[in-house]
Design a protein around this ligand. Structure first.
Ligand SMILES: *Cc1c(COP(=O)(O)O)cnc(C)c1O
Length: 359
């Protein structure tokens, strides 16, 4: 079986480095925050081209705490509406709600499945104050046009970059990251970060993640407990230098998929610029998606569906079920994610392509 992504194999070369860091933490006894967290925050901020990063518990908290941070700074208010792509992973939408705000679900661009400014105006209302851009599947959304749109309408723009580790930075907007194990930079458990150019936001989120406290037992803000675990920070520091080289390997695989998959019923993704895509996922579309998935499974190829049910049709959100999002719904019926990992061999990629073309 060709696995979708073999995490054990991905981490195997790092076992010795992980053990050394674990031993160091055991020797130091610093089990909450401390130097491992600070070190990773510094190097991740640098990796992202920003001055500040705050390590938090997961990607969802990164979103919620960013929005709450902006509220505490007076830049957003509870009840404000936030434009967000309707076909994102549900965390983008839950994060907005957790912060007491209202997600406005936007149909994505039919070519890239990302937000674009085409038709974006029709989702505006007097309460819209922000745009949450999601770089879905690892493809940079059209930031230049989205930034111009946001500036014209004085909307705050933020990036859910949970699928976009290593993307080029366009603009200096606050980004939220997840280090869920399957992401391009994944921890050995839950972890996340906020990356920002704004020192005030940095200071507020640093407090919010730690009971609203800067100084032990002095709680200045209504905070939560969402600290990046130092063990995860240490493991992430080991993995960080490999992200860019692995993204190059992902690109090489994606280029082969795009060049060599030529089945009339299978649509490969539209990629304007390979340097603006980190191929967290390589997602094809097929009207007979379920049959295709079953066929590939029988041929020993594991695929996944990102995602089978759109957020507005989830049981958690009955009040969103009526939304007219027909393209989003069609995507959820047709998308299929092919194996994508830096460990795929040329032979495996060839086999996947041949098998797809013989569907
Ligand atoms: C993974 C992901 C998240 C949330 O990450 P967690 O760490 O699982 O909370 C948020 N947004 C997007 C787009 C994601 O893919």
């Amino acid at each position: 079986m060709i696995p979708f992504l073999n995490l054990q194999a991905l981490h195997a070369p790092h076992h010795e480095a992980y053990h050394l860091r674990l031993q160091h933490i055991l020797d130091q006894g610093q089990f909450i925050l401390g130097e491992e967290v600070t070190r990773f925050e510094k190097s991740f901020a640098e990796f992202c081209g920003a001055p500040y990063a705050i390590g938090v518990g997961n990607g969802l908290d990164a979103i919620t705490l960013t929005l709450r941070g902006y509220q505490l700074l007076g830049k957003l208010q509870p009840g404000d509406h936030v434009l967000v792509p309707a076909n994102t992973f549900i965390a983008s939408i839950i994060g907005i709600r957790e912060a007491g705000m209202v997600p406005v679900l936007v149909e994505p661009d039919p070519e890239t499945y990302n937000l674009s400014t085409k038709d974006l105006e029709k989702y505006l209302n007097s309460k819209v104050r922000a745009i949450m851009v999601v770089h879905l599947y690892g493809q940079l959304a059209p930031m230049e046009e989205l930034i111009a749109f946001a500036e014209k309408l004085q909307l705050l723009l933020l990036e859910d970059a949970a699928q976009g580790h290593g993307l080029p930075k366009v603009g200096n907007h606050t980004q939220t990251y997840s280090f869920y194990p399957g992401k391009n930079l994944g921890a050995l458990g839950d972890a996340g970060a906020v990356v920002t150019h704004e020192v005030e936001l940095y200071q507020v989120i640093k407090q919010l993640r730690n009971y609203g406290s800067d100084q032990k037992y002095h709680n200045e803000l209504p905070g939560v407990n969402s600290r990046l675990d130092p063990l995860q920070a240490a493991f992430l520091s080991v993995r960080l230098p490999f992200v860019n080289p692995e993204n190059e390997q992902r690109r090489a695989i994606a280029k082969r998929y795009t060049a060599e998959i030529n089945h009339p019923l299978i649509q490969t993704p539209s990629i304007a610029d390979y340097n603006r895509h980190v191929f967290h996922l390589y997602v094809v579309r097929c009207a007979q998606r379920d049959a295709l998935q079953q066929y590939l499974f029988e041929k020993g190829i594991e695929t996944l569906i990102h995602y089978p049910i759109p957020p507005h049709k989830q049981g958690a959100f009955p009040e969103l079920h009526h939304l007219p999002l027909s393209f989003t719904e069609q995507l959820h019926r047709e998308v299929l994610s092919l194996p994508m990992s830096p460990l795929l061999t040329d032979e495996e990629v060839s086999y996947i392509i041949q098998t797809l073309n013989a569907f």
